[in-house]
Design a protein around this ligand. Structure first.
Ligand code: DLL
Length: 440
């Protein structure tokens, strides 16, 4: 592991190392302005706040955050495409969307200022990984609606690094470029970093001969074991980065080289931890669901947005000197969303697809595995007697039809297995439709 660059700079020491009382004042001012703006411009917030009997002037600072209503993914789906925009379309210069469905995407709009804020958060992240104008940053997150590619691209550009906008895929070509250009920082999902590392090993390349020093990996859950494996395969410091489309994208938080939690950019986003059952706010240090409020976003500001990501917040000052709160690694989700090969999948989407297919039942099981560094998804679908009595050829055609429909709706390939009637377990309470065998 190469740690000699641990004394890396801090991109914005004024904000990242701010006195916490001072920070609270800034957050309070920004929160008040955001509340006023959404109340005046977004019908959903006005209705929710009126329902709770809360007026913008009741929110006098961060301590009053708890009086505000929550927002959640369905609000964004229902508001699609422009329902939650707080500024006229004229002021929006970019749209980004979630990596999940092609059916009902989630989109957020950015004003010029929003792009600036997001760029700043990503620049802080690249700097946390030791990135400077002397670095060569290879970005293998997807470019497009997904925020990974463009987010890190903007951040690395802001830092002045040389950016190689590879996007994902074509692993051998990635490695050839990495060798030829002398890339020093790699940005991709942790599972793709594993694949790159294993391919480098299989190609007989000595990782010590590469110029790579650090990796900025996120967009899906991973573990300390996986970190150790990637660091060994690539000879780098592997850092965790967190973000979500709804909050701008990657850079909500990122680890510094001390690798002890992800520093949250609290001057732009306020984190809270709640008990997902009772919705009660929990103190720092307790595990629960992460709830985020944007306090500088203009295009699509979101207050008390339920991420459904489970983690813990640590308010102790980090050895690196930053004072902002750190988020632990994401431990799981409080809803049933799965992330398979970087694509967000809800079991309910599979159910919707199956309901559109004649003779398929809504009884199914998703079995997720990790074969080497790649996720695989098997979809076990219960069919009726008529299909089950068909010839092998007819069953193959039927399977193909389901696979195509799943692919076109989710953008993911699944191995379809038809199972006999009544063979999938039935549940009286919440159905468990997912068997996740991945050891992350
Ligand atoms: O995944 C943004 C991103 C891009 C983050 C590149 C980091 C790097 P979405 O596609 O909207 O946005 O998915 C957001 O992904 O709610 C988490 O469940 C999960 N996620 C993101 N980062 C991490 C991470 C991007 N470091 C959803 N660890 C979030 C675990 C993560 N889960």
């Amino acid at each position: 592991m190469k740690c000699e660059h641990k004394t890396a700079n801090i991109w914005n020491p004024e904000m990242e190392c701010i006195d916490r009382e001072e920070l609270k004042k800034i957050q309070s001012e920004r929160l008040k302005k955001t509340v006023k703006r959404v109340y005046e411009n977004v019908p959903l917030y006005r209705a929710r706040m009126d329902e709770k009997g809360v007026k913008p002037e009741d929110i006098r600072g961060v301590d009053d955050l708890k009086y505000l209503p929550f927002t959640d993914k369905p609000d964004l789906r229902e508001g699609f495409p422009y329902g939650l925009f707080a500024v006229p379309k004229h002021d929006i210069i970019r749209i980004q969307g979630s990596s999940g469905t092609t059916g009902m995407p989630i989109v957020t709009g950015y004003t010029k200022n929003d792009i600036g804020v997001w760029t700043e958060m990503a620049a802080r992240s690249v700097t946390m990984a030791g990135g400077t104008a002397d670095d060569i940053v290879q970005i293998c997150y997807g470019y497009g609606l997904f925020t990974g590619g463009l987010g890190l691209h903007q951040g690395a550009t802001e830092v002045g690094a040389m950016v190689i906008p590879m996007s994902s895929g074509n692993t051998q070509r990635q490695i050839n470029m990495m060798q030829a250009m002398g890339s020093t920082i790699l940005c991709c999902t942790p599972s793709y970093a594993m694949l790159i590392g294993e391919t480098i090993r299989d190609m007989g390349i000595d990782p010590g001969k590469l110029k790579l020093k650090a990796g900025i990996f996120g967009a899906e859950p991973w573990s300390e074991n996986m970190r150790a494996r990637i660091e060994e395969l690539l000879g780098i410091d592997a850092l965790d980065i967190y973000g979500l489309t709804e909050m701008a994208g990657p850079g909500v938080s990122c680890e510094c080289l001390y690798k002890n939690g992800m520093h949250v950019n609290e001057d732009h986003v306020i984190p809270e931890i709640i008990n997902p059952e009772t919705l009660e706010v929990l103190p720092y240090g307790e595990s629960g669901e992460l709830v985020l409020s944007t306090i500088t976003k203009e295009g699509t500001p979101l207050l008390r947005y339920r991420t459904h990501d489970l983690c813990r917040l640590n308010v102790e000052k980090c050895e690196c000197g930053r004072t902002n709160v750190r988020m632990d690694r994401i431990k799981g989700r409080s809803d049933d969303m799965l992330i398979i090969r970087g694509v967000n999948v809800f079991p309910s989407q599979i159910e919707t697809v199956l309901m559109e297919i004649p003779n398929a039942s809504p009884h199914f099981m998703i079995v997720v595995d990790r074969v080497g560094p790649t996720d695989s998804m098997q979809l076990q679908v219960e069919v009726n007697d008529e299909i089950f009595a068909d010839t092998v050829g007819q069953m193959q055609t039927y399977k193909k039809m389901i696979a195509e429909k799943v692919k076109s709706t989710l953008g993911l390939s699944a191995d379809i297995k038809l199972v006999p009637p009544k063979s999938i377990p039935r549940f009286e309470g919440k159905a468990r439709r997912v068997l996740d065998n991945r050891k992350l």
